[in-house]
Design a protein around this ligand. Structure first.
Ligand SMILES: *Cc1c(COP(=O)(O)O)cnc(C)c1O
Length: 388
């Protein structure tokens, strides 16, 4: 049995652990190291072909985390960076050069879009945003200089799930690399590399670390895509901090326990929300009111706990009354932590490829590990404040 066939739960529980090297400690301790010294000139001469030579290029802390992620992604190798956004930048820089054409989904995570506008455009990359549900039609957007098709599934805020298979086969035919932001599904519920995608990126900040106290990103690739990605991460100088790597590795140990709990609670909350008169539409990939629900069924084996609802109410003061009175749900960005969060957003003004079909306020919800009945009561009282 190869290690890749082993049950994910066992992999997550043990990956990267080296008790023999750390006096029996089951967790690789945080390695606070920039300087790494060599015993002899002969050893020194072997750099970079030694496991560790300088803190930025990798430490036992990054190696333990990257080993765990590569195993669950079924990747050749993974590299950690200091945030999810920097992992995305690393991926884009690895493949897109001056004069290249880059395809980004119109519902891409907002800061990824801003990075494209502020950095990639500045360096001469032609960024084009495509309608996420374009499916096989993506090939009409391919140009001679298209280098990378970036995918996000589901997309941020609006949660459309694109036809990943159609994207991959069109891109392969045209010799274009594919990369995906898999922060939502994680390899527990979606395996990008098994679907033929070259590069899987995650904000480990979210479900992987899982405790709302870590900024970290990770990029996992096929053997072929690896050198470009590793070089980009090194040359951009992006590396995770030792404490963050330690905490994210610890997060891996319980990912398979937390995610099913998040999933179950979110499904309960979402189906209840769908019945509420104040709710216009539920955008959760596991429900058929979500664009791309069929694609979710095809490519995912589960759903996590981050989704949106569109409200009938559009008046700012009513939305404020709802949000200001919440007891358990806190108002904040991010998701994937143990605690429930929500925030209001208006997706329409962000889109440029095509207009998003719904106007008004959408509430982005992350269902944490609290008691579902308590969460539902908190939301019920909140929805009531919209109509009082
Ligand atoms: C949060 C997020 C990121 C960025 O991660 P950071 O660690 O906050 O930089 C990337 N993609 C998605 C979909 C996210 O939600």
């Amino acid at each position: 049995m190869s290690v890749n066939d082993r049950n994910k739960n066992t992999i997550l529980t043990h990956a990267g652990s080296k008790p023999n090297e750390y006096h029996g400690a089951v967790n690789v301790p945080p390695h606070r190291m920039s300087t790494i010294v060599f015993n002899t000139y002969e050893e020194f001469e072997k750099v970079p072909n030694v496991p560790f030579s300088y803190g930025r290029a990798g430490t036992p802390s990054s190696a333990a985390f990257e080993e765990g992620i590569a195993l669950i992604e079924g990747a050749y190798k993974s590299v950690a960076t200091c945030s999810g956004l920097s992992a995305i930048l690393t991926t884009l820089i690895a493949f897109a050069e001056h004069g290249d054409h880059l395809l980004m989904p119109d519902n891409v995570y907002g800061p990824s879009r801003k990075t494209c506008e502020a950095i990639l455009r500045k360096f001469g990359v032609d960024v084009e945003y495509y309608p996420p549900m374009i499916g096989a039609g993506i090939e009409k957007l391919f140009r001679k200089n298209t280098r990378l098709l970036f995918i996000e599934a589901p997309g941020s805020l609006t949660f459309e799930v694109p036809d990943i298979g159609a994207f991959v086969s069109a891109a392969k035919k045209a010799g274009i690399k594919t990369a995906i932001d898999n922060s939502w599904g994680t390899p527990l519920f979606m395996k990008p590399l098994d679907l033929g995608i070259d590069v899987s990126v995650m904000a480990a900040t979210k479900y992987i670390a899982g405790h709302s106290d870590v900024m970290l990103g990770v990029v996992s690739t096929t053997e072929e895509a690896w050198p470009a990605v590793k070089r980009a991460a090194l040359m951009l100088g992006l590396c995770g901090g030792s404490e963050e790597l330690y905490l994210a590795t610890r997060g891996l140990r319980t990912l398979h326990v937390r995610l099913p709990h998040h999933q179950k609670s979110a499904l309960e909350i979402a189906s209840w929300l769908q019945q509420q008169p104040q709710v216009k539409r539920l955008l959760h990939p596991a429900f058929d009111s979500c664009p791309g629900h069929e694609n979710w069924k095809k490519y995912f084996t589960g759903s996590t706990a981050t989704f949106s609802v569109i409200l009938h109410e559009t008046r700012r003061d009513k939305i404020a009354a709802m949000l200001n009175g919440m007891n358990i749900f806190r108002l904040g960005f991010s998701w994937g932590g143990f605690e429930s969060l929500l925030f209001p957003e208006q997706p329409n003004p962000i889109r440029t490829a095509e207009k998003w079909s719904e106007d008004g306020f959408s509430l982005r919800i992350h269902v944490g590990l609290e008691d579902v009945t308590d969460l539902q009561q908190d939301l019920a009282r909140g929805l009531q404040r919209l109509v009082e």
